[in-house]
Design a protein around this ligand. Structure first.
Ligand SMILES: Cc1ncc(COP(=O)(O)O)c(C=O)c1O
Length: 392
């Protein structure tokens, strides 16, 4: 057995984030005085809107400093249920909502309460890098459903059906997606739903954390709204981190069938208890307040996404499926390029450009860049990328 003798098998099997090495190196180079251009961030570059901060500060001053209910602040749960019912077209009761420490804990809790060792999870690739690790922590196996730049990252229903076996328990969906920025159209979701009607044992998790960050003309569809008849086996993961620029607050939620929410609440009560009480008041203000701030941030990403997209498309040999939401682009390196990790390492060492290798997301031919950076940084990054590509 590898690793120190006291580590559990679980800990030994856990893969440290591939991206950490690159970010650590980028930081070290910066500290050495190197001029580093970073397009590797996975978070908004805005501060949390003031009225949300005020609500949390007010709650703190009023003495919301004690334990709260494990499932979350009742008012916040109710506001989330209302939001899902009204905005997403997914009728939801308060008891169907669990407030979690970020979307991440929503996914972790869900996997722990619905997956048994040996169960299989179907994961469309490229995927957000934490899904496989969290599935493994629940003892489940991950079966990838690869998609490519050539097919616009379309989820192929034939491959999906072919991957279904007796142990298949869960299908993961993520739209708008990280790392591709792709928004699954209504018809594609409908196709998935149609297929799943023949497989009543398969549950669905729909990660909608980027729902508010869309290009003009794009529409987000919640899987449960497309297929209300499957709502009794569909879970929604969402949160405040991306839409409201609240990554550090650690506020997310899980919504779905009440019995699973009850189990996830019990798990949370025995692990992290409730999400920070006064922070939840900030989330409540976010939901109840004007969406102007969200719209302003979303349109700022849109203009910068366009700069990044156009810039990438102008680089010879680079193939890009234009992102339709979130704040990433996931271009494919020209044929004959290095693998994504080696390319990113070289781009960092030689051109001071930090990006995330596609290998971290299950596609070694691509790299992920963010548009949550200033116009200048994006343009600088595009220039450095062009130079790096010419040299490889
Ligand atoms: C697709 C996706 N889901 C979930 C999360 C988790 O978000 P958080 O835990 O910060 O709410 C992230 C964060 O990067 C993400 O990209």
């Amino acid at each position: 057995m590898a690793g120190p003798h006291y580590l559990s098998d679980r800990a030994i099997a856990l893969q440290p984030s591939l991206t950490l090495a690159i970010s650590a190196r980028a930081k070290a180079l910066q500290q050495e005085g190197r001029d580093i251009c970073s397009l590797s961030a996975g978070e908004p570059d805005f501060d949390t809107p003031g009225f949300i901060i005020d609500a949390a500060v007010h709650a703190l001053r009023k003495g919301m400093t004690r334990y709260g209910p494990a499932a979350g602040d009742p008012e916040l749960r109710e506001a989330i249920a209302l939001k899902l019912s009204k905005e997403n077209g997914v009728p939801t009761e308060t008891e169907q909502v669990l407030v979690t420490n970020g979307g991440k804990q929503a996914i972790f809790n869900l996997f722990q309460v619905i997956l048994n060792p040996g169960d299989e999870v179907l994961l469309p690739a490229p995927y957000w890098l934490s899904y496989p690790q969290m599935a493994h922590l629940a003892g489940a196996q991950v079966k990838l459903l690869p998609s490519t730049t050539e097919t616009g990252f379309y989820l192929d229903l034939n491959s999906l059906e072919a991957a279904i076996g007796p142990k298949t328990r869960l299908l993961l969906l993520n739209s708008p997606g990280n790392p591709t920025g792709r928004v699954m159209p209504y018809e594609e979701l409908e196709g998935v739903a149609e297929l799943l009607r023949d497989y009543p044992q398969i549950l669905v998790m729909s990660d909608e954390i980027y729902e508010l960050l869309l290009c003009d003309g794009q529409k987000h569809h919640s899987f449960s709204a497309v297929a209300p008849d499957l709502a009794d086996r569909t879970f929604i993961v969402n949160g405040f981190a991306k839409g409201w620029a609240m990554t550090g607050w650690r506020l997310g939620y899980l919504a779905g069938p009440a019995d699973a929410i009850k189990a996830a609440t019990a798990l949370q009560s025995q692990s992290t208890s409730n999400v920070c009480s006064f922070a939840q008041r900030g989330a409540l203000a976010a939901l109840q307040g004007s969406r102007q701030c969200v719209n302003t941030m979303a349109s700022s990403y849109s203009s910068r996404r366009e700069v990044l997209t156009n810039g990438l498309m102008a680089i010879e040999g680079v193939q890009l499926v234009a992102p339709q939401g979130a704040f990433y682009a996931f271009p494919q390196l020209p044929p004959g390029s290095l693998d994504s990790m080696s390319f990113c390492k070289q781009a960092l060492e030689n051109y001071g450009l930090a990006m995330v290798p596609g290998a971290a997301f299950g596609d070694d031919s691509c790299i992920r860049l963010t548009c949550a950076a200033s116009h200048e940084t994006i343009c600088d990054g595009l220039e450095r990328l062009s130079k790096a590509l010419k040299k490889t």
